[in-house]
Design a protein around this ligand. Structure first.
Ligand code: NDP
Ligand code: 8X3
Length: 256
């Protein structure tokens, strides 16, 4: 089915990669469900996409950590917004860069509750309907941090290793159902990610991208749309998407 005939749900659409995915899917003609905690941002994005592309967009507030509210919101979507063909599990964050022995329990809870349990909360709610229809697609936004571990990143990396394990486990559990499961695993992407990691210290966040050209949200979004537009018998299961200047989590060439 062409993208223009599909309904796509994107979590974490208020910023960065999720916002860029909304733009890319709207440009491709998809119907869009966009959500995040910052309702005013997703509502403004919906208005922009309607004006720019004539897109049909429904924006709503969702905190993926809240299991009951997530199930209620997704199960009570207006009938015209069912079925959902493609789920982009993008909502996620890092907090802190301290070694484990100095780490913050609340930072750990936030990362694990969002990146791991939040992704499961949304997927668990939407998968039964996809299975019943005999098709659908889950595209997880993993990370290079799901392939490697770096100093100070133990818990964030653990959360993205968990996304990798869940992606592979889902492919086993869903085999034969017609539902495709993919992960797109970016390296450095210039978004609000580092500002969030450093609790709003934007000067420190900016240093993450000094002297190199990171990926943009649009670079990742183009890959998400490419994965979503493969024919039904093709599953682009896993893509590691890096800036050319990045060879590993810690080996990044900088012109400084
Ligand atoms: P941003 O901070 O720009 O965007 C993160 C998005 O996640 C926001 O829309 C935010 O919305 C949403 N979000 C966070 N917590 C929740 C929650 N509890 N419930 C619902 N939505 C939530 O960062 P990115 O765009 O970079 O991050 C998107 C994904 O990409 C994440 O999973 C991240 O781990 C991954 N990633 C990022 C990389 C990078 O270098 N930037 C590299 C590899 C992967 P709101 O605050 O409004 O809820
Ligand atoms: C984000 C990439 O290397 O900052 O997932 O952890 S990294």
């Amino acid at each position: 089915m062409p993208i223009s005939e599909q309904t796509v749900l994107i979590t974490g659409a208020s910023s960065g990669i999720g916002q860029a995915c909304a733009v890319a899917f709207a440009a491709a003609g998809a119907r869009l469900l966009i959500c995040a905690r910052r309702l005013e941002r997703v509502e403004a994005l919906a208005a922009q996409l309607q004006a720019e592309f004539g897109a049909e967009v429904f924006a709503f507030r969702l905190d993926v950590r809240d299991r009951m509210a997530t199930a209620a919101a997704l199960q009570n979507l207006p009938a015209v917004w069912q079925p959902i063909d493609i789920l982009v599990n993008n909502a996620g964050l890092s907090r802190g860069l301290e070694p484990v022995q100095q780490g913050s329990f609340s930072d750990w809870d936030e990362m694990l509750d969002t990146n791991v349990k939040g992704l499961l909360n949304v997927s668990r709610t939407l998968l039964p309907a996809m299975i019943a229809r005999g098709g659908g697609q889950v595209i997880n936004i993993g990370s290079i941090a799901g392939h490697e571990v770096y100093p100070g990143g133990a818990v964030y990396c653990a959360s993205k290793h968990a996304v990798d394990a869940i992606t592979r486990g889902l492919r086993l559990d869903l085999n034969g159902t017609g539902v495709r499961v993919s992960t797109i695993d970016p390296g450095l992407v210039a978004t609000e990610f580092s500002s969030v990691r450093f609790h709003g210290d934007d000067a420190r966040a900016a240093k993450t991208y000094v002297g190199m050209t990171p990926l943009s949200g649009a670079d990742v979004a183009a890959t998400v749309v490419w994965v979503a537009s493969r024919p039904p018998h093709v599953n682009a299961a896993e893509i590691l998407l890096l800036p050319t200047a990045q060879a590993s989590c810690t080996i990044v060439h900088r012109d400084t």
